[in-house]
Structures are given as C-alpha cells and as structure tokens.
Design a protein around this ligand. Structure first.
Ligand SMILES: *Cc1c(COP(=O)(O)O)cnc(C)c1O
Length: 365
C-alpha cells in the first residue's frame, strides 16, 4: 500500500475480542455454545431496561449531546456536580479522549502490565512513551509505579479491580500512593468492575475526588448494568479537568437509546444488588472448584476469574471451544498458563465445570 500512515500505526494490532457465539457455532457445527469470555452480565439488563428499550422513540433525531437526563441521574446517584461528568461510547471512548487530550510524543504514561489493553493502545497512537510496571502477584505494584513517574509523565492508569487479574488495590495503599503522586500527573482509576467488589477496604474513590483534583474515575454501564451492546460509560473528575476534555468529545457520541437505557439501569439498584449476590455465590463455587482441581484462581473482586491451569491457555481455550464453551486464553492477556473465565449463570457455570473436569481427565490419560 502506498498510503503513508503515522509510523506507530504499522505496529498496532487490532483488539482481539472474545469469539462471538454465532461464529463458533458455524465454524464448529455446534448447536449450543456459551460465552464466558467478555465479562458481560449474564443476567442483564434488568427488566426495567428491557421495557425502556421497547419504547425506542425517535431515531431520526440526533441524541442530546449533553446527555442531560442521564447526567442529572448520575450526578444525583453519585452526589457530584453535573459538570464533573463526561459521557462516552463506553469508557473505551473516554480512555481515547484522555489520551488525545494529554499525551504526545514528548510525554509518557505509566501503567501496570498486564492490564486493560486500551490504555496502551490509545497512548501508543498519540506517540507517548509507555512505561509498563509488572504486577506483583497479580496486583498493581504502586511503589514501582511511583518510581517510574518522571517530569514527562502525564497519566497513570490504575485498573481497579484489574482486568485481567481480578485483583484490587486497597484504600490504604491507594491513599499512600496519592500522597506521593505529583499534583500535575493525572491518576485514572478504572472502576469498570467496581459494582462487583466485595472487599470492605476498596477505596472510596468519590471521596478521594474531594482531596485530589488529579484523580479521574472511569465507570461503565457495560458490565454490571448489562448494557455492553449499547456503548455507554463515563468519567467523574474535577470540573476544570472535565471541561478541558469536553471539547474533544464527538458531539453526538452516545446514542439516545443508550442514554435512556442507562437512566433506567441506574434506577434499578435492586437488580444490581441481586446480580452482585448471584455473582458472589457463583464466584465462590468456581473458586472452590478450581482449587479442588489443583488450579490457582487469582483472588477476584470482579465477575471473572483468572485461573492458572498449569498448561498453556491456548490449549485449554481450544479444548473448551470444541465443547461449546468460549473463554479467553491468558496467552494474549499476558498470563500464558492461564484462562480468564467470566462468571456466568448457575447453569452456564455448571456446564463449564463439567466440561473442564472432563477435559482434565483427558490430560491425565
Ligand atoms: C470492559 C472494560 C472497559 C470498557 O468498557 P466499555 O465501557 O464497554 O468501553 C474498561 N475498562 C476495563 C478494565 C474493562 O474491563
């Protein structure tokens, strides 16, 4: 091809999503396939949201770019000012906007490895130097991350709980970290799985916003709220920061349908509570199962488990795929001997455990 791209573009790989169910059915000639690969809510969205979706309204009219109704609802729910919110087509888009606004070739950004792939991907497009700090037993190494901050650092990413390890940074460690981070460095707390956290010492990030203007929280409706297909998420931060990013936002980046569904989803906290309980129960079951099978599940505060299975994750992925179960291989996620399994419904998890056990016995022969 003769077209000339930015040099960095040649080095980028496209995001590898979990395999879609329909593709697997077709490729392998299977009738029944379950997907435990993308950390979606297997129970969602709530009935209230489904009802809302049936009244789709006016697709010929542009959405409210300001997302007024949703903005009010979220501000109310979190007890923050409306000007502290920025909405995106998923928190993915907010990550992109932050990188566009703050990173360039002269700057760097600090993140854990392995962590959520989109921080690195978007930072790379902007030409920023990427400082990756290995996890320590699956957990962010905040001391080492602190040590890699220098004068050129613009953004530090803390995925809390971390995808793909499921582990979390506690309140005391995060506070101690914030005490030391220079106030001109933005600390992004990605709380995509925050609604699933059970640990009582999980940081109260909204409270941290009152002390630190350089903290930004990312939340999404894709996981617990069950709206991954509608693409809606947001950032909460200090108003001066949010108002700087706002002009970069495409004017109609979130759809009317997504905004309406998100309002209904936020309003149904009973559903959230119910899903959290189910996830907790099923997570416990799966943890026990893996331990009994001699595997090591990382302690998870999310709706997925990263499990060290002692053999290459691609092999396990393939074996399960042929049995109609889609998981993620740890190979592409930076944990070669692991698989990442989303916690499904009770029935899905039983199907998973049955097949995993059967596959294990084929290994032993
Ligand atoms: C799923 C996920 C997101 C992205 O969610 P969207 O709002 O759907 O873009 C962000 N961060 C982490 C860690 C995730 O796992």
């Amino acid at each position: 091809m003769k077209l000339k791209m930015k040099p960095v573009i040649d080095e980028l790989k496209p995001y590898e999503p979990g395999k879609p169910i329909e593709v697997v059915k077709e490729e392998l000639g299977l009738n029944s396939v379950i997907k435990l690969a993308s950390n979606e809510n297997p129970h969602g969205p709530s009935r209230a949201v489904q009802k809302q979706l049936q009244q789709a309204g006016t697709p010929n009219v542009y959405p409210d770019g300001h997302a007024r109704e949703l903005r009010q609802a979220v501000a109310d729910y979190l007890q923050v000012n409306e000007g502290q919110l920025l909405f995106g087509a998923g928190s993915d888009e907010v990550i992109l906007l932050l990188c566009r606004a703050m990173l360039s070739e002269q700057t760097n950004t600090v993140m854990a490895t392995p962590t959520f792939s989109q921080y690195k991907q978007n930072a790379a497009v902007e030409g920023a130097k990427i400082m990756e700090v290995p996890l320590n037993d699956g957990v962010h190494d905040l001391d080492a991350m602190m040590d890699s901050i220098d004068k050129e650092t613009r953004i530090v990413w803390i995925c809390n709980p971390n995808n793909p390890s499921g582990t979390y940074v506690n309140a005391a460690d995060f506070s101690a970290f914030m005490e030391r981070v220079p106030s001109d460095v933005l600390v992004v707390l990605d709380e995509a799985y925050g609604e699933y956290v059970e640990a009582s010492d999980y940081p109260n990030s909204l409270e941290m916003l009152n002390t630190y203007e350089n903290v930004l929280i990312l939340r999404t409706f894709s996981k617990m709220y069950g709206l991954a297909g509608l693409r809606i998420g947001y950032a909460v931060g200090a108003e001066p920061l949010i108002s700087k990013i706002e002009p970069l936002r495409p004017p109609f980046n979130t759809t009317t349908l997504a905004q309406k569904a998100a309002v209904a989803a936020l309003d149904d906290q009973t559903f959230v509570q119910d899903c959290r309980e189910k996830n907790k129960r099923e997570k416990h079951k799966l943890n026990t199962f893996f331990q009994e099978k001699g595997c090591f599940p990382y302690p998870s505060e999310t709706n997925f488990l990263l499990v060290d299975v002692g053999v290459n994750g691609d092999r396990v992925f393939d074996a399960l795929l042929h049995r109609g179960i889609i998981v993620r291989s740890g190979e592409a996620l930076g944990f070669p001997n692991c698989i990442r399994v989303s916690i499904g419904t009770e029935k899905e998890n039983e199907q998973f455990m049955g097949n995993f056990s059967e596959w294990l016995t084929t290994l032993e022969q």
